[in-house]
Design a protein. Structure first.
Length: 178
């Protein structure tokens, strides 16, 4: 339905608007899901319009090599980062073959904990890293939170916890002050 409503949108050169594919919970990083996604786009004759697919890969070394950051990353975020980086190798290889761009991500290792102090320490390093790689840098954060009364039954238990987390206030404050 979305594509039908937007199929007439054109870029500045009069070509159909390029598509950018994102997956908020990174499901497109799972090889089977990635292959199904690109197969579906191909079958719908849209794969040639895709200019970007998010490949959630964040260089972890900077978190270990930056004083003031080492030891401040939660084990859950560390594990998530490692898993996504492992999956990212395969996704980047496939995207390169398809000539679809991607970038690098900053914020996975600090999900729910992205405070101003650490962002100021790491962001310049992440920008230099992306520049050296010649790729787009995507800064991920989760600002703002829901009221418990706003969460209805379609929200799972993990979402219910995340959407009311005080960590979202931390990330909101960071974004408003960076």
């Amino acid at each position: 339905a979305f594509l039908e409503q937007t199929e007439d949108l054109m870029d500045d050169q009069g070509s159909p608007l390029a598509l950018r594919v994102d997956g908020h919970v990174h499901t497109q990083m799972i090889p089977l899901v990635f292959d199904a996604l690109t197969d579906a786009l191909d079958r719908m004759k849209l794969l040639n319009r895709v200019s970007f697919i998010r490949c959630t890969a964040e260089p972890l070394s900077m978190f270990f090599l930056t004083p003031g950051v080492l030891g401040t990353i939660s084990p859950v975020n560390l594990a998530k980062n490692l898993i996504l980086n492992i999956l990212g190798h395969s996704v980047r290889r496939k995207l390169k073959k398809m000539k679809i761009s991607t970038g690098r991500v900053f914020g996975v290792a600090m999900t729910g904990e992205m405070d101003l102090k650490r962002v100021r320490l790491l962001l310049p390093k992440m920008q230099r890293y992306a520049g050296k790689k010649g790729v787009y840098l995507e800064v991920l954060s989760h600002p703002g939170r829901s009221l418990p009364s706003e969460l209805t039954e379609e929200y799972g238990p993990d979402d219910r916890k995340a959407f009311v987390s005080p960590g979202r206030d931390t990330e909101y404050t960071m974004l408003m002050n960076i």
